[in-house]
Design a protein around this ligand. Structure first.
Ligand SMILES: [Zn+2]
Length: 423
């Protein structure tokens, strides 16, 4: 019983009725988990910390962590990518600099490829979407479309919101990616307390901070914040605007303040611990083959008793990230510019495009990065009929790995643009 790995050894050194076919129980597996399985944890907030804790306790010894928050002194004892000189810097920048210093010339892709498993403990849909798409882009396929398994890096995605949580196993190009299930996530309106306290980036973060921290600092427990009182909402709005000014954040209105005040969701430590445990268990199963891993979604609902269930979310064959997404747009070739078409694609929430480049009719129409950006920038102001013909298939590729094929069909328009009749 003295060994910290007593329970793990039971799992790895004995076979059993639930062991996977082909599982070879042996004591060397523990050493394998400890020194050969490289795990990247993304997100070092409440859930990320629980993940690191559970991974270390489960014998994983090759751990790295990246996050987008700034680093403070209290982070340093648990995050080995960071040094004292890094305090106050953004973690992702430091992590990128660390990778560059330790492995000069190693690209972002090579960095992610160096891991056997990636576990995400993020509170942002965008960030989770991004890492899922990144791993899809790293999974290679041959000419027949078969996936090269040696390039598949499993993603275990944990998420918590108050008393609810989920753990998912995603095998890029094999099972559903994050984008395949984007419809399951309502637009985000609530914020984790750690984000609003340390790294406000949006007006909403300042409002949440004002109502949760500044209100109590000002009034203590004598006065309970009344979310329906004009006076109280105005106080929160004013305090939030002052905090926003410190961080260069604007756009704090009365209406927004009221909206945020009625939607705040606290972080619950026990939910984080439970979901981290579920994620790390999947990591052990994937790393050692000791039992079948989750296929592919575990859901926990703890606000009205304890309810859990698992189900397999189907892969979307037309997913814009891991499938082939084709859409047709009927547009005005004479009046819509290439830039407007591009904006309309970015605004389409279902496509999850951030900064796409466009190719069509055998030429580059607009390139978001590199020397071609300068050369193609002017095309954004041209009308579609000036740059392509009706029926052209435009290949839209995004920095996050998504590819969408858009066929533009021009509306039949009567009259001459010059006489004003068609305007
Ligand atoms: Zn997908």
């Amino acid at each position: 019983m003295d060994s910290p790995f007593f329970d793990l050894d039971h799992l790895l050194t004995r076979s059993g009725p639930f062991a996977n076919a082909g599982f070879e129980a042996c004591v060397e597996l523990r050493e394998f988990v400890h020194s050969s399985v490289r795990v990247l944890v993304i997100g070092a907030g409440g859930l990320g910390c629980e993940l690191l804790h559970s991974l270390a306790k489960s014998g994983f010894g090759e751990l790295e962590v990246i996050d987008m928050d700034t680093i403070d002194v209290s982070n340093l004892n648990r995050q080995f990518l960071f040094r004292a000189a890094d305090v106050g810097k953004y973690k992702a920048d430091v992590a990128a600099a660390f990778v560059e210093a330790r492995c000069p010339g190693v690209s972002d892709d090579a960095f992610y490829r160096s891991f056997n498993l990636i576990i995400a403990g993020l509170d942002s849909i965008k960030a989770r979407s991004w890492i899922s798409a990144k791993l899809v882009s790293l999974a290679a396929t041959d000419a027949s479309g078969a996936v090269d398994m040696s390039t598949v890096i499993p993603l275990i995605d944990g998420g918590t919101e108050a008393f609810k949580g989920q753990a998912r196993v995603m095998l890029p190009r094999i099972s559903a990616c994050f984008q395949c299930s984007i419809s399951a996530f309502p637009p985000q309106r609530a914020f984790q307390l750690c984000t609003i306290a340390n790294t406000p980036r949006k007006p909403e973060h300042c409002i949440a901070y004002a109502m949760n921290v500044l209100w109590e600092a000002e009034f203590g427990s004598d006065r309970v914040l009344d979310k329906d009182s004009v006076e109280d909402v105005t106080w929160v709005m004013t305090a939030a605007a002052a905090r926003g000014a410190e961080y260069g954040i604007t756009g704090i209105t009365y209406q927004l303040t009221q909206g945020v005040m009625k939607n705040i969701i606290p972080a619950i430590a026990s939910t984080n611990a439970l979901i981290a445990g579920a994620c790390v268990l999947e990591a052990i199963k994937i790393a050692t083959n000791c039992a079948s891993y989750l296929d592919n979604w575990f859901m926990y609902i703890g606000d009205s008793g304890i309810n859990t269930r698992t189900f397999a979310w189907e892969r979307d064959e037309s997913c814009s990230v891991c499938g082939l997404c084709r859409i047709t747009k009927v547009v005005s070739g004479r009046f819509m510019t290439l830039g407007e078409l591009r904006s309309s694609l970015v605004d389409d929430a279902a496509l999850q495009l951030v900064s796409p480049s466009l190719r069509g009719g055998g030429k580059t129409l607009y390139m978001e990065t590199g020397p071609l950006k300068k050369l193609t920038q002017a095309n954004l102001d041209k009308t579609l009929s000036e740059v392509v013909s009706s029926g052209t298939e435009i290949s839209v590729t995004d920095a996050n790995g998504a590819v969408v094929l858009v066929t533009v069909v021009f509306e039949e328009e009567e009259g001459d643009a010059g006489d004003g009749a068609a305007v």
